[in-house]
Design a protein around this ligand. Structure first.
Ligand code: PEP
Ligand code: MG
Length: 594
């Protein structure tokens, strides 16, 4: 008997495997740290006794901001029809009433002060307690009020979470974060030295969260449906990014196999860093430019370490995230100057902000209505042209930073030549203003480029290139818009395929337009960083690639093993295909033949 119960107690949990979209070439083993997301990704940590007054202050500030927000909303109701306005006013009044000395607020403050909890965690506990209490109530009207409590809770939470917090630094080292969803901004706050991996229920491997994880070198599998209910804090987890698998409570053999894999990869990475200073040159002497995609100034060091010859894509929108207002010109200038200076003469391609109405920091001067579909709404260069003050501030910062090294300006999501012409006018205006203010002395304006990531833009690449100095093909969005697949939506991520013949045709049209005009063109979507795509891209005539730094050595290794003749013949055969599976087979065969 005794033995049996001992065996039961010690018997390990059964291994379970879940599927999602993995970030390739990334594997990790760690302990699960589940982020319960009833109200979003709510951070949980303890605050010291001395920090309690500050935490209470932070909470009260958030409540005050939420009150102001409700008052503003109420003022807006005057533009609605009488009945709608009345209904809404009643609701807003009820919400506002919950924000003054209620049981909810007092309960939250008590949790902060007595349990030393951070405000977000304290709030979540109270909202859940109240909601549970309401569930028992038989009255349908009262039971429905639970939603009001949750809404008010979310409103305060949103205010709290606008303040940057170092939540992920409080998580035990080596943890694997398991969350319903992680925004790119959340991910940007993570320290790769302490977070071993990421798993989310929502999102795809080509979305911005995945891009951020890749750039931080954090192994990840995204879009693993319903995993949160199957995992507990502390479970051992393997993140198998190569195969898009999550293995929970792995058995002994699986665990050992993955430990060996991780060790072998470390060895390979060490070998690959030797390629750092060698050129990406094919067997027959064709040189390919290798640049890095970066998001933040902290990524520069890794780009240089990986042997990047420049920055092919600096996603400046990341400077606007995790803050309640847009960065000032000086903030942006300082960051850009650091990046340009640290790249010491290597070119830096600064993409103007690719923000949309759902992640643009709102303030007194910046007001946009939320788009019902931000991906098709006021995004990227469209937003810049609508919010010209914000755009001019960024252009000023870029022009000032351009004095410190070689820079280029890149416009995201161009869809018409008018947009480019309009930007050129603004750029000239900002430039001459800076000259008048003696902030810059040079007449030289950095080269201006357009991203080709909308099918319509690819089809008129011949005209767009007449207006700009270079093109950069963003295959992530190009695939998304060509195939009508949201790259962040795990439900359709299996259909997201840059090898689709339609996408390849558009890439080809763009490359030919650039070649005809003898202007540079690069590929900076995720496919540029995948060594399996290198023969196809080189075969199509691409001579400039920009990718996340960690992939640079592997892609370089693949290019150094290539001959352009066979690669071109295979690329032409691929372009003749109408079936994406056949494209994949032709590419796989070619890669297997090395
Ligand atoms: C792209 O769309 O391919 C691209 C490089 O831009 P982003 O991934 O930032 O949208
Ligand atoms: Mg894009």
């Amino acid at each position: 008997m005794k033995n049996n119960s001992l065996t039961r107690k010690q018997s390990p949990k059964r291994q379970k495997v879940f599927k999602g979209s993995g970030i390739s070439m990334s594997t990790a083993i760690g302990k699960a740290h589940v982020i319960n997301s009833g109200l979003g990704q709510v951070p949980k940590y303890h605050v010291s006794d001395t920090d309690v007054p500050n935490e209470l202050k932070r909470f009260r500030n958030a409540v005050a901001k939420a009150q102001k927000q409700l008052a503003r909303l109420k003022a807006k109701t005057s533009s609605l029809t009488d009945t709608t306005a009345e209904e809404l006013e009643l609701l807003l009044d009820a919400h506002a009433a919950m924000l003054v000395s209620t049981r909810m607020l007092l309960g939250i403050e008590k949790n902060i002060a007595k349990l030393n909890l951070n405000a977000e965690a304290a709030l979540e506990i109270v909202v859940e307690e109240i909601a549970r209490g309401f569930e028992k109530v038989k009255d349908a009207y009262l039971a429905a009020r639970v939603q009001d409590i949750k809404d008010v809770g979310s409103r305060i939470l949103r205010q709290l979470m606008k303040t940057p917090y170092q939540v992920y630094s409080k998580i035990p080292k080596g943890s694997i974060i398991v969350a319903q969803e992680l925004s790119p901004a959340d991910t940007a706050l993570m320290d790769p030295a302490s977070i071993a991996g990421l798993i989310t229920e929502q999102g795809g491997s080509d979305g911005h969260t995945a891009i951020m994880a890749r750039s931080l070198n954090i192994p990840a599998v995204l879009g693993v449906t319903k995993i949160l209910s199957k995992i507990s804090d502390g479970d051992t987890i393997i993140v198998d990014g190569d195969n898009g698998r999550v293995i929970v409570s792995p058995d002994h053999d699986t665990l050992e196999e993955f430990k060996r894999k991780i060790e072998a990869r470390r060895r390979l990475n060490r070998q690959l860093t030797r390629l750092r200073s060698l050129p990406a040159i094919t067997q027959d002497g064709v040189l390919v430019g290798m640049q890095a995609n970066i998001e933040l100034a902290r990524d520069v060091e890794e780009a240089i370490h990986a042997g990047a010859e420049g920055i092919g894509l600096l996603r400046t929108e990341f400077m606007f995230l995790n803050r309640s207002s847009a960065p000032t010109e000086e903030d942006q200038y300082q960051t850009l100057k650091t990046i340009v200076t640290e790249m010491s003469g290597r070119p830096v391609t600064i993409r103007t902000f690719d923000l949309s109405t759902d992640n643009l920091p709102q303030s007194k001067n910046i007001r946009t209505n939320k788009s019902s579909n931000p991906l098709l709404g006021l995004r990227a260069v469209r937003l810049s042209l609508r919010q010209q003050r914000l755009f001019e501030i960024q252009l000023s910062a870029i022009l000032r930073a351009s004095i410190h090294g070689e820079t280029r300006i890149l416009l995201p999501m161009v869809s018409s030549i008018h947009q480019v012409r309009e930007v050129k006018k603004i750029l000239r205006r900002v430039h001459s203003r800076l000259q008048k203010q003696d902030k810059i002395s040079t007449d030289k304006v950095p080269p201006l480029g357009a991203m080709i990531e909308v099918p319509g833009a690819a089809l008129i690449a011949d005209s767009i290139i007449q207006e700009v100095d270079f093109l950069a093909i963003g295959t992530n969005d190009l695939t998304m818009y060509t195939l009508a697949i949201d790259r962040e939506d795990e439900q359709v991520s299996h259909l997201f395929n840059p090898l689709h013949p339609a996408v390849l045709q558009l890439i080809q049209i763009t490359l030919q337009a650039a070649h005809r005009s003898k202007k540079p063109v690069s590929i900076c979507g995720e496919i540029a960083g995948d060594p399996r795509f290198a023969p196809l891209l080189i075969g199509l005539g691409v001579r400039e690639l920009s990718m996340t730094s960690q992939n640079l050595p592997r892609v370089k290794q693949r290019i150094r093993a290539l001959k352009t003749g066979p690669a071109t013949r295979r690329a032409m055969a691929i372009l003749d295909q109408t079936d994406e599976d056949q494209v994949q087979r032709l590419l796989d065969d070619f890669n297997d033949g090395i």
